[in-house]
Design a protein around this ligand. Structure first.
Ligand SMILES: [Zn+2]
Length: 78
């Protein structure tokens, strides 16, 4: 009965910048859950230097994808 559905990464909205981000890439810093963009900005402010690693790069979800995900929820909750 359980249909095999494509495992899409869940998209959440970052509370700091209101932009969509993949749940799996959200990071905790000082008790806040931040998207990669906010994490980087905050890290740089805290450490007073450039965040030079590339682990925060990669594709980011769009608002359209987030809305698609939210719309899909209503359809699939049988
Ligand atoms: Zn953010």
């Amino acid at each position: 009965m359980a249909k095999h559905t494509e495992q899409k990464e869940k998209i959440v909205i970052c509370k700091e910048c209101q932009k969509p981000e993949y749940w799996g890439t959200m990071r905790w810093l000082e008790g806040r859950c931040l998207c990669r963009r906010c994490y980087r900005a905050r890290w740089e402010r805290l450490n007073q230097r450039e965040y030079k690693w590339d682990d925060l790069d990669g594709p980011r979800p769009t608002m359209e994808e987030y809305q698609e995900q939210e719309a899909g929820k209503c359809v699939n909750t049988n």
